[in-house]
Design a protein around this ligand. Structure first.
Ligand code: SF4
Ligand code: SF4
Length: 64
């Protein structure tokens, strides 16, 4: 079973950049106006989840 990783709901993301600035691993970037998590870089710290003003980020089990 994979570790839960941060996943952005693109429908909800406002591209405010908050999660990008707080991620300690630089695992989030804005791509085409939406936040995207690099699952390989994400250490599942949860900071981005707490930071997002519109709750666009949640943890999901990722198997690869
Ligand atoms: S959970 Fe932590 S490491 Fe993963 S994307 Fe969010 S801030 Fe970055
Ligand atoms: S903090 Fe939330 S709304 Fe802002 S860019 Fe990240 S996912 Fe999108």
């Amino acid at each position: 079973m994979g570790k839960p990783k941060a996943v952005v709901n693109r429908e909800v993301c406002l591209a405010c950049g908050g999660c990008v600035s707080v991620c300690p691993e630089d695992a989030i970037m804005l791509v085409a106006g939406k936040a995207v998590v690099d699952k390989k870089g994400c250490i599942s710290c949860g900071i981005c989840v707490k930071t997002c003003p519109v709750a666009a980020i949640s943890f999901e089990e990722v198997t690869k």
